[in-house]
Design a binder for this molecule. Structure first.
Ligand code: SF4
Length: 263
């Protein structure tokens, strides 16, 4: 199976097809690093709706000095309406920091695992207070592997979250392995590794990605995983990349070693 990993033409083909469907993603500029970390932490092991509810509670209880955009307030903090707001403002982090553990836990409770998530949010705020400069600038100056190492030193932050934060807030060329990327990589057999660790999968996937494509590939895989290669009932019948997929739904047993991929 070793040759499979060297077959980076499949990744190029994947990038090309996904781009035809979902377009080429442009990086968002000027995101608040602490906000991205907190949103990512809140999103762990829960639905988008519930993690947003936890975030909005934080925003309501600790509004930023510049205030909350009227479109959010006018919605009555209705998640379905607010979700369409272009950018969410960060809460007043100083005020969040001063709040006691119980009230922080209760604010983010809709996102679940509030005890550990509140502890991580506190650890993030402590971490950034101890940096020699503004956290976004500090991380942007580090090589990607050092940036990930630095972030994973924060208690409660794993490699996936660190990679997402770097990808979203700096120019880091990484493709974090979240639930969608993990599932699709395994179905496509993009890497040799087939154990349970997403961290190892990330380590093998990263060198295979053509330079400058990490951000684009990650976001397009998310869209692909939500609409076509879903966890349950993937739409293999009309999947645009089935010709490069090794999943048992589209390959017969034993067929894989004979298969040639398009270049
Ligand atoms: S053929 Fe099926 S399993 Fe393979 S990538 Fe497409 S949807 Fe996913």
């Amino acid at each position: 199976m070793r040759w499979l990993s060297r077959n980076d033409s499949r990744i190029r083909k994947l990038i090309e097809i996904l781009e035809q469907i979902y377009g080429c993603r442009q990086r968002r500029q000027g995101l608040d690093l602490t906000q991205v970390i907190v949103l990512t932490v809140l999103s762990q092991n829960t639905t988008d709706v519930n993690s947003r509810r936890g975030y909005f509670n934080l925003l309501k209880e600790h509004p930023p000095a510049a205030g909350v955009p009227e479109e959010i307030k006018d919605s009555g903090w209705d998640i379905r309406v607010v979700d369409s707001a272009k950018e969410l403002p960060p809460p007043d982090w100083k005020s969040v920091r001063k709040s006691d553990q119980k009230s922080l836990e209760s604010a983010i409770a809709p996102a679940g695992l509030q005890k550990s998530k509140a502890a991580t949010i506190r650890a993030v705020l402590d971490w950034q207070d101890n940096l020699p400069e503004e956290p976004g600038r500090y991380l942007a100056d580090l090589p990607e592997d050092e940036g990930i190492k630095c972030l994973t030193e924060i208690k409660g932050l794993g490699v996936k979250t660190a990679a997402v934060v770097l990808m979203e807030t700096t120019e880091a060329d990484v493709c974090p392995v979240d639930t969608h990327v993990n599932r699709i990589c395994r179905r496509l057999k993009l890497v040799e590794y087939d154990g349970p660790s997403r961290e190892k999968l990330f380590g093998e996937l990263q060198p295979l990605i053509p330079s400058g494509e990490g951000y684009n590939l990650h976001h397009n895989l998310l869209s692909f995983g939500r609409t076509i290669c879903k966890a349950r009932d993937p739409r293999c019948g009309d999947c645009p990349i089935k010709q490069i997929c090794w999943d048992r739904r589209v390959r017969k047993e034993g067929e894989e070693l004979k298969l040639k991929f398009p270049g």
